[in-house]
Design a protein around this ligand. Structure first.
Ligand SMILES: [Cu+2]
Length: 313
């Protein structure tokens, strides 16, 4: 069994082990019976076949025993599933945003993070928000998996972590080219440690020390926000144009159906991030990139621009 770390583990694992146990019992039982029958009823030992007809006892046996077995499976499955569908009223609330091909998490106080930080032994209600296509929010260690459906109201899940540590979050709904790279982590912290992280005032604004390497900070932003799933750094085209070698160039875009030339400058980068469909770079499709309005600040865009400039050096 993989490591379990939430209150759902017992319920899910019980149902799983029961079904696995029954399956093994029948796998072994049926295989042995086949072998025994091959021996016992071969033509030499049993030249004349017997037909069994109208045996009420037999009919009842193979109706009642499987009925009990499947009702048992249903019972354990149901008992494990009900708590998942009934989130408690007390707990913290987080919104998980999924887009091709990254997650981010927004807390009630406005804090945004690319990993899901949560306190141990506390109910966490996760509002699931898919910005573009179907995704699915899957944390194997917590035994939760819930589809993230664009536009679906009340799309949520919840969990209560029981062990501190770091566990993987997967997208488990095929959502395009880089789906297999759509991962994040849930970090379960001691409660006081979590609240310290949550209320950290420095985390709310971008702090830039005087001697900071701006391009490096920009690169981290581009990695953390999942931009490089679509934009390469080496000049090759992926879903979107490469970040390399374009800053400062005059490029061709389609604006409102009209093709035109435009300078790839700060203005253009900012518009591309906040309104990706305003100008469509020639050779690429609209609707792939979803606006980062409200997720990436103007100050952060300045850092990204420093990074783009550095790619020309
Ligand atoms: Cu996905």
């Amino acid at each position: 069994m993989i490591l379990g770390a939430s209150t759902f583990v017992e319920g899910v694992d019980n149902a799983f082990m029961l079904i696995l146990g029954i399956s093994f019992f029948f796998l072994i039982g049926i295989s042995l019976t086949i072998i025994l029958f091959i021996y016992r009823y071969n033509q030499k030992k049993n030249p004349k076949a017997t037909q069994v007809k109208d045996s009420v006892a037999l009919e009842l046996t193979w109706t009642i025993i499987p009925l009990i077995l499947v009702l048992g499976m249903f019972y354990y499955g149901y008992v494990g599933w009900i708590p998942m569908k009934t989130p408690p009223s007390e707990g913290i609330e987080v919104t998980a945003n999924a887009r091709m091909w990254s997650f981010n998490f927004r807390y009630e106080n406005g804090r945004v993070s690319d990993k899901l930080y949560v306190p141990v032994d506390t109910a966490v209600i996760v509002n699931l928000n898919a910005l573009d296509v179907l995704h699915s929010f899957y944390i194997p260690a917590f035994r939760i998996k819930e589809d993230m459906v664009p536009g679906l109201a009340n799309n949520r899940t919840w969990f209560e972590a029981t062990k501190t540590g770091t566990y993987t979050i997967f997208c488990s709904e095929y959502c395009g080219l880089q789906h297999s790279y759509m991962l994040s982590e849930v970090v379960v912290m001691e409660q006081d440690e979590f609240w310290e992280w949550y209320e950290d005032p420095d985390a709310m604004v971008v702090q830039i020390p005087d001697d900071a390497n701006l391009a490096l900070l920009g690169r981290q932003l581009v990695e953390r926000n999942g931009c490089i799933a679509c934009h390469s750094l080496d000049g090759s085209s992926l879903v979107g144009p490469s970040f390399a070698g374009r800053y400062g160039e005059t490029i061709r875009v389609t604006t409102g159906g009209q093709e035109r030339e435009i300078v790839y400058d700060e203005e253009y980068v900012k518009r591309s991030i906040y309104e990706p469909d305003a100008d469509i770079s020639l050779g690429f499709r609209p609707g792939q990139m979803i606006s980062y309005e409200g997720e990436i600040t103007e100050a952060e865009i300045d850092l990204i621009i420093e990074f783009l400039k550095s790619l020309n050096e």
